[in-house]
Design a protein around this ligand. Structure first.
Ligand SMILES: NC(=O)c1ccc[n+]([C@@H]2O[C@H](COP(=O)([O-])OP(=O)(O)OC[C@H]3O[C@@H](n4cnc5c(N)ncnc54)[C@H](OP(=O)(O)O)[C@@H]3O)[C@@H](O)[C@H]2O)c1
Length: 295
C-alpha cells in the first residue's frame, strides 16, 4: 500500500491514478472526502484529516509500504518558512513513528542553495530534517517551476488582455508539467528496490522564456499577439496580495522570481536523461487552452 499526501492535488492526484492503474493499493490523504472521491471510486482508500495533526499523519502512514510526502502550500501562512518547518517536523515524526520504509519527498530545485530562493528555503530545511532519519529509504525529488503555475495567466489574459509575472521576459528557464513528476514518483513507489537516501532533480523537457510561453499560449487561444508584461517587484507583490496571499509569502515569491531572472536557479542547468522529462510546453498549452476556454 502506498500512502499519498496531497492526494487531491496536482501531483498526488495523478500519482494516485498511476498507482491504481498499476494495481497498487492506495491510501489518499486530504481534508475533504468529496475531493478524494475520484480516488475512492477507482479503488483507493481515503484518509480525511489535516497535515497539521501529527498523530493523524502517523496513524495514516502506518501499514504503508511506501509514502509520497509533500507539504501542501498554504499561501496565507504569515511565516511561510516556519509553516514548512512545522509540517516537515510532523512528516519526520510520522515516518519514524509509523515504521514506513520507503519515502518519496517532494522538494524543489534550488533546495541545494542556502538563500535567495524564496519559499524553497523551507524545503531545504525539511530535506535536512529528513536526512537525520536512519534506516529509511528516502528519494528526494527536486522539480523545477511547475507549468501549472502558468495557469494564473488565465485571469490576467481575461481581465487585462496580457500575460505577466515577475520573471524577466527573455530568461530561458526550466519548467515541468506536474504529471511528469507524478510519473517519476510512481516508478520509485512501485519498484521500492533501492535503499539509502538520494536526490533527483527534474527539469522538464527544455528551458523556455516567458516571451516564448506567451507566444505559444497566445497561438493556442486565438490571441497570436498576446504579450508578456514583466511586473516590477512592487507590482508583483501587490498582485499576489490582492489574490489573498500573505505578506510573507508574497515577498518569498518575489525573491524566487528574482532568483530565476538572475539565473541563480533553473537556468541553463546541464541536461541529462535523468533530469529531463517528457511533456513539452506546447503539449501543456493544449491544457492551458482548455482551462482558458472553460474559465
Ligand atoms: N509550484 C511550483 O513551481 C513548485 C516547484 C517545486 C516544488 N513545489 C512544491 O510542490 C508542492 C505543491 O505540490 P502540488 O502542486 O501537487 O500541490 P497542490 O496541488 O497544491 O495539492 C496540495 C493538496 O494538499 C491538500 N491539502 C492542503 N492543505 C492540507 C492540509 N492542511 N492537510 C491535508 N491536506 C491538505 C489539498 O487538498 P484538500 O484541500 O482537499 O485537503 C491539495 O489538493 C509544494 O510543497 C511546493 O513547495 C512547487
Amino acid at each position: 500500500m502506498v500512502v499519498i499526501k496531497g492526494a487531491a492535488g496536482n501531483i498526488g492526484g495523478t500519482l494516485a491514478n498511476i498507482l491504481l492503474e498499476n494495481n497498487q493499493k492506495v491510501r489518499a490523504i486530504g481534508r475533504s472526502a468529496e475531493r478524494l472521491k475520484t480516488v475512492v471510486d477507482r479503488g483507493g482508500e481515503a484518509a480525511v484529516g489535516d497535515v497539521g495533526d501529527p498523530d493523524f499523519l502517523t496513524e495514516t502512514f502506518k501499514g504503508g509500504d511506501g509514502v509520497f510526502a509533500m507539504i501542501p502550500p498554504v499561501y496565507t501562512a504569515p511565516d511561510f518558512r516556519g509553516y514548512y518547518n512545522e509540517v516537515g517536523t510532523h512528516i519526520v515524526q510520522a515516518i519514524h513513528g509509523s515504521g514506513v520504509q520507503h519515502v518519496v519527498f517532494l522538494s524543489s530545485h534550488g533546495a541545494h542553495l542556502p538563500d535567495k530562493t524564496g519559499p524553497i528555503k523551507g524545503l531545504r530545511d525539511v530535506e535536512r530534517k529528513l536526512d537525520e532519519l536512519k534506516g529509511v529509504t528516502i528519494r528526494i525529488l527536486r522539480p523545477t517551476f511547475f507549468m501549472e503555475n502558468l495557469l494564473s495567466n488565465v485571469d490576467l489574459i481575461k481581465n487585462m488582455g496580457i500575460a505577466g509575472g515577475g520573471i524577466k521576459p527573455d530568461t530561458k528557464f526550466a519548467m515541468i508539467a506536474t504529471q511528469d513528476i507524478a510519473q517519476v514518483a510512481s516508478e520509485y513507489l512501485i519498484r521500492r528496490d533501492i535503499s539509502g537516501k538520494s536526490v533527483r532533480e527534474l527539469l522538464g523537457e527544455r528551458d523556455v522564456s516567458m516571451n516564448e510561453v506567451a507566444r505559444i499560449f497566445g497561438k493556442k487561444i486565438g490571441k497570436p499577439d498576446l504579450k508578456y508584461v514583466h511586473f516590477s517587484a512592487a507590482e508583483e507583490k501587490k498582485g499576489l496580495m490582492d489574490y489573498g496571499m500573505s505578506d510573507d509569502f508574497s515577498d518569498q515569491m518575489v525573491e524566487l522570481n528574482q532568483a530565476i531572472s538572475d539565473g541563480l536557479i533553473a537556468v541553463n542547468q546541464e541536461r541529462t536523461a535523468d533530469n529531463t522529462t517528457q511533456t513539452t510546453i506546447e503539449e501543456f498549452a493544449d491544457f492551458f487552452a482548455q482551462v482558458y476556454r472553460q474559465g
